[in-house]
Design a protein around this ligand. Structure first.
Ligand code: HEC
Ligand code: HEC
Ligand code: HEC
Ligand code: HEC
Ligand code: HEC
Length: 268
């Protein structure tokens, strides 16, 4: 009897081991029930699985509220269920977590014009299949649905220019790090500049984007200058290094010549 229990234990262990991780972590009741629904009620599940939110453990109930452990009460108002937000309520809905972005957004032209069709979060990012954001979201197809692309293009070029500079500084710091130098302080400053940089877009104001990106660019320029100073010190060290090696070689050659002359004199 105890032996067959042992076998059973081993079989269960092996089965668990070979199961994909998603199956082991039980899905919430939201996901279980919605997966079995039709059309627009089921679609969010598959879309969400591909998202940056799923990757970071943000699930249905983190956005929509409700009780993810109770089939009967899951969507009851008493469980804090919020439902799906209306168009103009989306910024506050997403802004519970993305506070800095939502503040910049509300103060900008899109936030101010939301009742007149200003773009809100899901217009640009989607709702369930949200991916990591990048400047590629600013393109003619996305941004000329409601107005001309002209102002969007100006914003895009300022941001791309700054982003390119930040990437160059990042590569420089990686290179110095690989040489064994301590670049922690400069990396910290780069991180802070990048953080404030990624908020600028949501205000969609051409003049402010120009002003703020030039502020970020001058801070990045400072780091770049420090990198250049370190590089020139390294160059000088390399130069002195080769001069010293050259001197050693010279001394060696002279020594050999002297020894040779001495030996020849002894023979002669
Ligand atoms: C037992 C099945 C079941 C469970 C569990 C369940 N749902 Fe639903 N859900 C439905 C059905 C059916 C509808 C459509 C009818 C309705 O709105 O009641 C729906 C509708 C919704 C809507 C759209 C509401 C609207 O205003 O249009 C959202 C959002 C939603 N569910 C999220 C959730 C979340 C989050 C959970 C878990 C906390 C959850 N659901 C759990 C079956 C379920
Ligand atoms: C990042 C926040 C977020 C997460 C996570 C999320 N939703 Fe939603 N969901 C929304 C928003 C916003 C809407 C409103 C639709 C719109 O404006 O496009 C919505 C709408 C819905 C609707 C109404 C039908 C529709 O598609 O418009 C259902 C049903 C729904 N969600 C279910 C779910 C389920 C089930 C999950 C988990 C698998 C989930 N949602 C995860 C933000 C989210
Ligand atoms: C008009 C289109 C548009 C709207 C509306 C919009 N976004 Fe964005 N969002 C973008 C673009 C473009 C980026 C990339 C900006 C960058 O890389 O500098 C971005 C970046 C982000 C990021 C990443 C920021 C970071 O630090 O890397 C988050 C989070 C985000 N948006 C959330 C939101 C939320 C929440 C809303 C609504 C309050 C919203 N977005 C409205 C286009 C939009
Ligand atoms: C419950 C908190 C929460 C809510 C609500 C929420 N998010 Fe997020 N979101 C996160 C977390 C956590 C991450 C991953 C960490 C990060 O990148 O900030 C994330 C990541 C993102 C990113 C990628 C950021 C990047 O670095 O490129 C975007 C874009 C985004 N969310 C948009 C939205 C939108 C749009 C909504 C509303 C429909 C929303 N989020 C609602 C918590 C939330
Ligand atoms: C759903 C419609 C819609 C979409 C999509 C949209 N916008 Fe807008 N946008 C508006 C409205 C409405 C206004 C306010 C009226 C105006 O200035 O044209 C506006 C204003 C602007 C302004 C002017 C701000 C100012 O005061 O000078 C800029 C810049 C802008 N949008 C950039 C973008 C970019 C970039 C995208 C694409 C990532 C985009 N918009 C996508 C609706 C939209």
């Amino acid at each position: 009897m105890s032996r067959s229990l042992c076998y059973l234990f081993v079989v269960v262990m092996v089965a668990c081991w070979s199961m994909p991780a998603q199956l082991l972590a039980a899905d919430s009741v939201c996901i279980q029930c919605h997966s079995g629904q039709a059309g627009a009620l089921a679609a969010p599940v598959a879309d969400w699985r591909t998202s940056v939110h799923a990757e970071n453990g943000i699930s249905c109930n983190d956005c929509h509220g409700g009780d993810p452990t109770d089939f009967g009460m899951a969507m009851a108002p008493e469980s804090g269920f919020l439902g799906a937000p209306d168009y103009a309520d989306v910024p506050a809905f997403c802004g519970r977590c993305h506070v800095g972005v939502a503040d910049a957004y509300q103060a900008g032209a899109h936030g101010e014009a939301i009742e007149e069709g200003g773009a809100q979060c899901v217009v640009c990012h989607g709702n369930h299949a949200i991916q990591k954001a990048s400047l590629d979201l600013i393109n003619e197809e996305n941004c000329s649905q409601c107005h001309s692309y002209e102002r969007a293009a100006l914003i895009r070029s300022s941001l791309v220019e700054t982003d390119t500079l930040a990437t160059k500084v990042e590569h420089d710091l990686d290179r110095l790090y690989r040489l064994g130098l301590n670049v922690e302080d400069m990396q910290g400053r780069l991180f802070n500049q990048r953080n404030s940089f990624h908020r600028i877009f949501h205000g969609v104001d051409v003049e402010r984007v120009r002003q703020e990106t030039s502020g970020v660019q001058s801070k990045l320029g400072e780091i770049s200058n420090e990198v250049a100073a370190i590089d020139s010190t390294l160059e000088q060290r390399k130069l002195w290094g080769s001069v010293v090696i050259g001197l050693f070689v010279l001394v060696g050659v002279i020594f050999l010549l002297v020894r040779k002359t001495y030996e020849e004199e002894e023979k002669g």
